[in-house]
Design a binder for this molecule. Structure first.
Ligand code: GDP
Length: 198
């Protein structure tokens, strides 16, 4: 049913988010990780989330409904670019950790990481916040088409190993994904359906 997604609203801060009813799943990632492309691929809507070659610009939290306003996808602003002022980053981090800790409707987080350089500082921060909030995380190693099969598989296993060592593997899962080749979609659908159906 993800192809029923339509734009609901944008909020500049968490205080202005829609009511915490129903279930929502958020999408996070550093700028340029392939988050917008993944949302567009999942929803089969090339225009839903804005893909951009000038990363770090969108600073709004964008809400999409899945036909039913009580089922939402939430596109969290990505950053990781020097262009974003530090004070803004710190302010945003405060909001983000609060969102992950307190948002009652939030069932899980999909975290996008470029398969070629996963587990950057932003990523591990997000994982740590989610784990401490007992929030499930599903990692998409995006742009998997940029690597050959063997190296992509090695990256996947390395990330799994890291999660196991961090004792995060009961809450955090990971898969390869490519928006370009549309690979990894069934696997992602299984996780999202589980979260939405509770
Ligand atoms: P966002 O900033 O995380 O929303 O990233 P975007 O979705 O805008 O993607 C950033 C860049 O990566 C764009 O140039 C996309 O075309 C490219 N990209 C995204 N997904 C893929 C993918 O699966 N394969 C390849 N080769 N490029 C991708």
């Amino acid at each position: 049913h993800f192809n029923k997604a339509s734009y609901l609203m944008s909020a500049p801060t968490l205080a202005l988010c829609p009511p915490e009813t129903g279930v929502e799943v958020c999408f996070a990632g550093r700028s340029n990780a392939g988050k917008s492309s993944a949302i567009n691929t999942l929803t089969n809507n090339g225009k839903l989330a804005r893909t951009s070659k000038t990363p770090g610009r969108t600073q709004m939290i964008n809400f999409f409904t899945l036909g039913n306003p009580d089922q939402r996808l939430v596109d969290l602003p990505g950053y990781g670019y020097a262009k974003v002022p530090l004070a803004m980053k710190i302010e945003w981090e405060k909001h983000l950790s609060q969102y992950l800790q307190e948002r009652k409707s939030l069932a899980g987080m999909v975290l996008m990481m470029d398969v070629r350089h996963p587990l950057q500082e932003f990523d591990t921060t997000m994982i740590n916040w989610a784990v401490s909030a007992e929030m499930p995380v599903h990692i998409l190693l995006t742009k998997a088409d940029k690597l050959k099969k063997g190296p992509a598989q090695t990256m996947l296993l390395n990330v799994r190993k890291h999660l196991k060592e961090a004792k995060a593997d009961d809450l955090v899962s990971v898969q390869l994904f490519s928006s370009l080749k549309r690979t990894g979609l069934p696997e992602l659908n299984v996780v999202l359906n589980r979260w939405f159906l509770g």
